[in-house]
Design a protein around this ligand. Structure first.
Ligand SMILES: [Mg+2]
Length: 273
């Protein structure tokens, strides 16, 4: 029998609008009983996700910053100290592709050369991050601990943004729009993060065959869902927002946490009886 691994998005998938996963407890407990890894895969930073993972009681890898990095708990036995570039608390971090330092160096060099008018997290104090994002101070601090992405506010013309985008692209940096912010990031996405997590388990357990179940609700989850064996689409109140082209697609019967719970319980039942 294949061993199941669940890779999930957070907001709108495992978490409801109150950031609670209470309604998913039955499925979470079942995964834990069966020792099936649960990998969280989000655009959030590692610091933002770590608290959640502590509460969930899992030491599975965390994929943060839209696939830009994978963090592996030192007790998980998946990564040796030498493999990791950075350490953060009890986690060893591997950056997929470009580090934030490299991204900042390129972006700031272009700003200095062409006098582009933008500013981002790296330019701001914690108070300024609170002002610009509406985050509380502790949340802003967690959001500032970035390793692979940089949110900026563009205060220049659209034409010059196109120039800036093209110049960054030649360095392997892309720009993703999310609300008011533009996110500067490498080309890694959530699918790369999922593959990195799976590779760690394959290396640790060479004899095991894996059934990868991925759960998501939005466009930035598509690549991850399409790379999975089973893609679980979590609908919004007005229905599903994405149509992944995956080997097997399951539509959860309800939005966010409630749908997550039902879909995962059904898959476990089908796989394990
Ligand atoms: Mg989501």
């Amino acid at each position: 029998m294949k061993r199941m691994m669940v890779v999930t998005d957070l907001d709108g998938s495992l978490l409801d609008e109150r950031y609670s996963w209470d309604a998913a407890l039955p499925a979470l407990q079942r995964l834990q009983e069966l020792k099936m890894p649960l990998v969280l895969n989000s655009s959030k930073t590692l610091s933002e996700m770590r608290e959640l993972v502590n509460c969930l009681g899992t030491i599975a890898p965390i994929v943060a910053e839209n696939g830009g990095l994978i963090a592996v708990h030192e007790d998980a036995g998946l990564l040796s100290q030498e493999d990791a570039l950075v350490r953060s608390g009890r986690y060893l971090i591997e950056v997929n592709g470009l580090s934030r330092d490299v991204i900042l160096a390129q972006a700031h060099a272009l700003r200095a050369k062409f006098d582009y008018n933008f500013s981002g997290f790296a330019d701001w104090s914690t108070d300024q991050v609170c002002e610009h994002t509406g985050l509380s101070r502790p949340m802003a601090e967690r959001s500032l601990e970035r390793h692979a992405t940089e949110p900026i506010l563009w205060d220049d013309t659209t034409e010059r943004l196109a120039e800036f985008t093209a110049a960054l692209a030649t360095e392997g940096i892309r720009i993703l729009r999310g609300g008011r912010f533009l996110h500067l990031m490498g080309i890694a996405d959530k699918a790369d993060g999922m593959r990195a997590a799976l590779d760690l388990y394959k290396k640790q357990q060479p004899g095991t065959e894996w059934l990868v179940v991925s759960v998501g609700d939005s466009a930035n989850d598509l690549a991850m869902l399409e790379a999975a064996d089973i893609a679980v689409v979590i609908p919004h109140e007005d229905g599903p927002h994405i149509q992944p082209d995956a080997a097997q697609v399951i539509h959860a019967p309800a939005p966010s946490t409630v749908g997550w719970n039902e879909a995962i319980l059904t898959i476990i039942k089908d796989a394990c009886g």
